[in-house]
Write a protein that binds this ligand. Structure first.
Ligand code: DAH
Length: 352
């Protein structure tokens, strides 16, 4: 040791203590090292004694430095002692029970909506439909005008539609892709269009401001309402089970004539009537109809040469029916306790 006032000397004591503790291979060697630094005749004590050699005004600061050094070395000693372990041999740091089961890493899974869309796609691909897509940010022209919506139709209202400006909006339905697709392709065409749609709705158990639809469109010579019924019934049986029945109720959509709402026999009671179907035995699953001649004209098709049908399925609604989910908002939230229930089976991933 050089003189007591030497701060570098203090650091040097800390370093050599650390080195001595690290080199101690068992508890006896460690105890020897402890005595050398922390013992009554050890280095710390010697340093404290040397305070008397300092000018009066430097003593308090130096005393503090030595006390800090002492706690630092005590800390080093304690950690080395626990590293050496109670039996005195150097152990590795594992101190658990090696026979306990491991911690499982949680893996994610396919979102129930994605799974439902995949299943629906697989069914329609099997019937010869192919996939089409269109933009979420859409022109008023495709979303309304070319679909034969009158200028004053209530769904054009600001209260229902998110407008970007007078001509541009967030699509309220996947139907605009019908016209976009027909503009670029000649019949026969047979497409499905899954996609997100937006409506200015206040969320509640059965409404959300954004949700998914799947549009279908089939155009050829001599396509009939019977073809529509056949494809929809086939879809319902494939998706909901062999006993599923469908019925068509007359309805109105501007872009189809005639138009219908399609009901499916209640998945829960099988048609006898229960709380889920409002005691009617039937649950609405989609809108559908024969493509309106005006829509064909907007798309550049000759309405005398071709006929076609279209349908639009609410995907959340379909998922809710299939799995008995009571609130659409659960599907849009990220509660893994809810979503994890649907992870058990692998979703059928289908190529485009
Ligand atoms: N676009 C309609 C809606 O969002 C659903 C619909 C009804 C689509 C009839 C169709 C159809 O293609 O033919 O309410």
């Amino acid at each position: 040791m050089s003189g007591p006032a030497d701060r570098d000397g203090v650091r040097e004591v800390a370093r050599s203590a650390a080195r001595a503790f690290a080199e101690a291979g068992d508890l006896a060697a460690l105890e020897e090292a402890r005595v050398r630094f922390l013992g009554r005749k050890g280095e710390i004590t010697a340093l404290l004694r040397s305070i008397g050699e300092l000018p009066l005004e430097e003593r308090p600061a130096f005393g503090e430095t030595i006390n800090d050094l002492k706690s630092e070395i005590e800390g080093l000693f304690e950690s080395r002692r626990s590293a050496l372990g109670a039996n005195g041999a150097e152990e590795d740091h594992f101190s658990g029970d090696a026979t306990l089961p491991g911690r499982r890493a949680t893996a994610g899974g396919t979102h129930v909506l994605r799974r439902v869309v995949s299943e629906m796609k697989a069914i329609f691909f099997g019937m010869g439909y192919s996939l089409a897509e269109g933009p979420d940010v859409e022109l008023d022209y495709y979303n309304f005008e070319a679909l034969n919506f009158p200028v004053d139709h209530p769904s054009r209202d600001l209260q229902d539609t998110f407008y970007v400006n007078r001509d541009i909006l967030l699509r309220t339905q996947t139907s605009p892709v019908q016209v976009r697709y027909m503009e670029r392709h000649r019949p026969p065409i047979r497409i499905i269009v899954p996609g997100r749609v937006y409506r200015n709705e206040t969320p509640d158990p059965s409404h959300a401001a954004e949700f998914l639809q799947m549009e279908g469109l089939y155009v050829d010579r001599n396509v009939s309402l019977a073809d529509l019924r056949n494809d929809i019934a086939f879809f319902a049986r494939s998706f909901f089970g062999a006993d599923a029945k469908v019925r068509f109720r007359p309805h109105f959509f501007p872009f189809t004539e005639p138009s219908a709402e399609v009901d499916m026999s209640c998945f829960s009671c099988g048609g006898s009537g229960c709380a889920i179907c409002g005691r009617t035995g039937w649950i609405e699953i989609m809108g559908a109809g024969m493509v309106h001649p005006h829509v064909f004209r907007y798309a550049g098709y000759d309405p005398d040469a071709y006929t076609g049908f279209a349908f639009g399925i609410g995907i959340e609604r379909t998922a809710m029916l299939k799995y008995g989910i009571d609130d659409i908002r659960r599907l849009l939230g990220n509660d893994l306790r809810f979503l994890g229930q649907f992870w058990s089976e692998a979703a059928p991933e289908v190529a485009r």
